[in-house]
Every structure is written in C-alpha cells, then in structure tokens.
Write a protein that binds this ligand. Sequence first.
Ligand code: NAP
Length: 287
Amino acid sequence: MSSSSSQAPSRVWLVTGAGRGLGRAFVEAALGAGDRVVATLRQPPALDDLAKDHPATLRALALDVRERAAVFATVERAAALFGRLDVVVNNAGYGLVGTVEEVTELDAREQMETNFFGALWVTQAVLPVFRAQRSGHVVQVSSVGGVGTMPAFGLYNASKWALEGFSEALAAEVAELGIRVTIAELGGFATDWAWSSMRFAEGLAAYDGLRERTFGTPRLPWDMSQKASDESADPAEAARALVAHVASGAAAPLRLLVGADAPGHVAAALAARRDDYRKNAAFVWPA
Ligand SMILES: NC(=O)c1ccc[n+]([C@@H]2O[C@H](COP(=O)([O-])OP(=O)(O)OC[C@H]3O[C@@H](n4cnc5c(N)ncnc54)[C@H](OP(=O)(O)O)[C@@H]3O)[C@@H](O)[C@H]2O)c1
C-alpha cells in the first residue's frame, strides 16, 4: 500500500475522543500525512467538516470508551472499514480536581472508567486484529502526570499511572508478535482539558490553602474565562510529534515525551523519587 502524497506506507489509524483537542489534532495530522483514519467520538457530527474535506480517508464512528461491548463492536467495524488497523491511539480522557479526601466514589470510578478502563477495553479489542496482521501500534495518551503527581490531581494521576502500568507490561507481552506500544507522556497543550472538560470534586475548607498555593485560588471550579490566556502549546505540535514517532523505527522509546515542558516535568518527578528512595539506607540508585 502506498500513500498518495509520498513513498511512505499509508497507515490506518483509529483515534478515540477525536472530536476536539488533541484527538482531533491527531486525526488532522494523520490525514495530512496521507494516512486513513477511523475517528471515534461521542458526538460524530463534531467531525462533519473534516469528513467533508476527506471523504475517502476519514470515517467517524460513535463511541463512548466506557462501554466495553460497544468498544469491541466498534473496533471490529473500524477494522473492516479500511480492511486493517495500524495505529490505535487511546486519547479519550479528562482531568479531575479533588484531593483524595474530597473525591466521591462516583468521581473516582468515573475517572478510572474513562482514562484507565476505556483505554484497556480498546487495547484488548484491537489486539486480535494486530495479532492476525502480525503488526500494529498501540499509542496510549498519558501525561507527565503519569510519572509524577500533583496535589488535588491524585485520581487523575492514578488513572494515568494505571494506564502506564499495564501498557509497559503489554509492550513486553506483544513485542514478539510484531506489535508496538508507545506511552506518550504529554506536557501542557491548549485544549479544553483544563477548562470546560475538567471535573471538580466539592472542596473542603481544610484544603483551601492548598488550592490557593497550587492553583492561585481556593475556589472550584476555577475561573473559566481565563482560558483565553492559556499559553500552553498548540495541539498540532503534539500531533506532528506523534506522526513522526509512528513513522520512526521500533528502536524508538516506549515512553515518548511530547511537548517542550515534558522533559523537565519528568526529570523533576524522577529526581524526587530517586531522592526519596535514597532515604532507604540499603538502596543504591543504579549507575
Ligand atoms: N491538554 C493537555 O495539556 C494534556 C496533557 C497531558 C495529557 N492529556 C491527555 O490528552 C487526552 C486528550 O485530552 P485533550 O487535552 O484533548 O482534552 P479535551 O479537549 O477535553 O478532549 C478530550 C476528548 O476526550 C473525549 N472523551 C472524554 N470522555 C470520553 C468517553 N467516555 N468516551 C469517549 N470520548 C471521551 C472528549 O469527548 P467529548 O467531546 O464527547 O467530551 C474529548 O473529545 C486526555 O487523555 C488527556 O488526559 C492532555
């Protein structure tokens, strides 16, 4: 198979949560690279404009990643649309603000249902397709918050650490089957993530000081009108990095740092862990 725009092989992508933000940017970048895309999203009309411009190479399917049976049916349908799947991007996700004491059972379960279980179901559903092809690439959209943590983001951190945990094991399980895994650790990008998509637990007064120090305000939700001054990076930049990574060889890292601020956040998180381990007298940090 060859792309219309280059000698590079044309790939078929499946991207979850593709209606806006990073997911939409991944779709646009893959189409721009001459690839074909099955975009899954909760509100398919959100991609009507793109579908009009790419009638032969883009298909949009409705999917809420929390629904396991729907995930399996949609992945099967997606694989049939273009006859194969090459890259599956588990992008759907959202953030939750609330200290461990503040989050309700529902807050916690919903966070895990989307960010962790949603990605797990999609991964499970696509593995038989990839095994039959003896090729395929699973991309997990994690975060620098999947390496370090931040007060009042503990459940979000837990969801991304859990995603990273099974994905690292998965990489070792499927390498010999010709299947590649990438854990993309993103820094900050200007999407709705910190704004209209963010969910907030009900704050206890005991944590007002923490919120003031962490977010500059004790009030939740914070002031959404400040989105206009969000100077985070353009999601298109993350998408270009991902497309380049997918095209790179299997020697590329399991963990892909995405965004100018990502290496610094990860280095700080690892240094903090190292320093904590060093408080154990018997522990020697490996050279
Ligand atoms: N932006 C950042 O700075 C940043 C940094 C690190 C990691 N990330 C990660 O990047 C991913 C994309 O976030 P974003 O920044 O693009 O935020 P966004 O603009 O809020 O987009 C999130 C997308 O996820 C979808 N989604 C949420 N729950 C879903 C569900 N149950 N089923 C299907 N789709 C669902 C949303 O769909 P609807 O439109 O239907 O709501 C939306 O399309 C997330 O996993 C996030 O944690 C973002």
